[in-house]
Design a binder for this molecule. Sequence first.
Ligand code: UD1
Length: 383
Amino acid sequence: MGNQPVKVLCVVGARPNFMKIAPIMRAFKQSTHDIEATLLHTGQHYDAAMKTAFFDQLHIPEPDIDLGVGSGSHTVQTAEIMLRFEPVLDELQPSAVLVLGDVNSTIACALVAVKKEIPVIHVESGLRSYDRQMPEEINRVLTDQISDLLFTTERSAEKNLSREGIATSRIHFVGNVMIDTLLYNLNRAVNSQQLISDKVPSEILAEYLSGYALVTMHRPSNVDNPTNLKGLLETLRRVSEQRPLVFPIHPRTAQRIKENGYQHLIESPRILQLPPLGYLELLGLMKDAKLVLTDSGGIQEETTALGVPCVTLRENTERPITADEGTNTVVGIDPEKIHACVDEILETGGKSGRIPEYWDGKAAERIVEVIHEWSKQRDSETS
Ligand code: UD1
């Protein structure tokens, strides 16, 4: 690499990648090191609500390259990303490819890079649900195996990686870039009252303002299986009798509700259905919620950082620190368990939790420092 700048090609694809890349691009830009960061979007998420809102609100630079792959089966989507990514690598010849999280774009680009002997940097590595039916779990395990530099968000991740034979010298505990974004944007969050006020019937508004539950749900195991989806929607309906709900609906979930004719299950003045929201809108709603019910990974972390009780509608979590130290309770999808957990939160206020180590808004800066040191060391080894 000599005196050439270190060229890092950063890849994003789907919604949860967008909030993670924002502080990293900012840290690269502010760094005094000779690092040149380029941004590539695979196009896995493309709707204005799923993509543009995040780029605009989080001031993420427009991608230098957009592969425009769009939706498809896992095979089609992953293969299409790989096919379109290869010529970009040939042309740009980056010093490293940086990938984030666990979406299909993460493994697709990591795999192309490693086959071309371009080092892979994985941000948010080592998280494990130990549930191989989750597509993200496959993406996590495989990406970590082929990464040169692995950045972790919690201590449990390093243990998982060591168990899989990854050298500790490659692993760096830096904290959580998702929380960098949250802390950076907290005072820009959209006012929740403003979001709700003109959308709910006036006779229920006071109840909403005295405490609503926020719901998000999009995992294939919950929404692609009609029995699970029906059970969850019925449970939500029952929860809404205790506290009114705000429910922004992911495109996958909206499609499944429609296909199965389940709309009537959640048609109620006590359930505010919304389209997928921008980051600042969701942050505003999360911050002021009495509780959050979700199957998202990121929201488990964000509620812990905000001190808001979270009920996770999954049987496991790859982010155990949110349950061990934070405000999260992993409940699964059994209706009685969900109701019992909601009752307890409404009675006691739920777990108060504490902020995990290094979730302090500086993870991206640490990442850039480590990349700089790592590239210096590689330079000295190759010269
Ligand atoms: C993907 C990620 C998941 C992440 C989620 C966040 C994988 C394996 N999964 O799941 O980890 O939590 O993103 O949103 O990568 N669609 C649109 N507009 C879009 C994008 C998708 O309408 O901009 C619809 C399409 O019908 C598509 C479906 O949503 O088929 C699913 O999209 P896809 O990217 O395959 O997976 P997600 O469920 O979004």
